[in-house]
Design a protein around this ligand. Sequence first.
Ligand code: NAD
Length: 348
Amino acid sequence: QRVGYAVVGLGHLALENILPAFGRSRKSKLVALVSGSPQKLQKVAQQYGVRPENCYSYDTYDQLRDNPEVQVVYIVLPNAMHAEYTIRGAQAGKHILTEKPMATSSADCQAMIDACNKAGRKLMVAYRIQYEPHNRYVREQIRQKEYGAPKFIELFNAQQEANPNHWRHIRALAGGGALPDIGLYCLNTARFILGEEPTEVFAYQYSTPGNPLFREVEEVMSWQMRFPSGLITNCGAHYYAHESRRYRVLAERGWLNLENAFAYNGLELQRSYAEGQTEHRDQISLMEKDQFATEMDHFSDCVQQNKQPFTPGEEGLQDHRIMEAIYQSAQTGKPVSLPLITKLDPFR
Ligand code: NAD
C-alpha cells in the first residue's frame, strides 16, 4: 500500500523532478495536485492520471481535509509560503513534507513545528542531500574517522539566476538571496556530515551595486563556522558565478572531495590518503538514486510505521537559527555565538 501525496505548487522543481519521481518511488503515489492555474492543473492532472476531483486551487486547499486518499502534502511553493501551507495542511489533518528552506524565519519554523505537533501530524524538510548515497558515504567515513579526525571543510555552491522579477529575488517571498537558497546546502550538509552543531559564525555579504538582480537579496554570502571539536568550515554561496557545487573534507591522513555535491546527479567523489610515505588518489564510485523518490519513500515509511523523519522540522529550525546568526554577523562585522547544542545521537 503506497502513501498518497498532494503536491502543492507546480513550478520547475515540481514539474521537472518531483512529479516524475513518483514513477521511481516504491512507497509513495501522486493522488492530488494544488495550483493557482486551472489550465496547468488540467494539463498536469491528465499527464499524471490525477482525477479532476483531486485537483485543488489555493482557495480550496483546505478541502483536502475531506480527502482520505491524501495522507501527505508536499509543499513546493516560494519559501515565504511554506509556513502558511504547512500550518493549513496540518490543520486539514495531513502530514507535511516541505521544500527547503523550511521558511523565511526561525519564528515561522517554530510555528510550523507547533502546528504539526498540535495536529498530531509529521513534519519533514526535504533535505535530499541527507538521503543521497555519496553524501551519506562521506558522513560515514567521518564518523568512523577513516582518515583520522576531520580538521577543515570547504563547501561552496554557486549558480546564476537571470530574472530579477522571479520570486527568488524578492525578499518578501524568498527571505534572502544566495544564503537561504543555495548556501543552505553548504550549511546543512556541513552539519549533516559532521554530526555536530556550530558554536560561532562569522560572515561577509556583498551585492554588486546597480545590479537589479540584487536590489533586495544578497548576491554572495561567505562565512565560517566553528564547531565544538575545533573544526572550522569555510562556506560560500554565490548567485552570479558559473555553476559549481562542491566540498572538500580535510582530515589528518586524507581528504575527500565531492564534485557536484548538491546536484541531482553526476556526483563525483575523489579521495586522497596516505599509507606510510605513499600518497594514494582514487575515485569512489557509488550507485546514484533518484533523490526525490528516496526522500519521499523515507517519509512514506515514517507515516506508515509512525516513525520520526530523519530530517524533521527541528532540523530546518536549526538551519534558520544559524542563518539568522550569519546575517547578523555580516551586518555587524562581528562573530556571532550560537548556543552549545550537544546532539544526543549525533549520527542518528
Ligand atoms: P518556481 O518559481 O519554479 O515554482 C514556484 C511555484 O509556486 C510556481 O508554480 C508558482 O506559480 C507558484 N506560486 C504560487 N504563489 C506564488 C507567488 N505568490 N509568487 C510566485 N510563485 C507563486 O520555483 P521552484 O524552483 O520550483 O522552487 C519551489 C520551492 O522548491 C522553493 O522553496 C525552492 O527553494 C525549492 N527548491 C528545492 C530544490 C531542491 O533541490 N530540494 C530545488 C529547487 C527548488
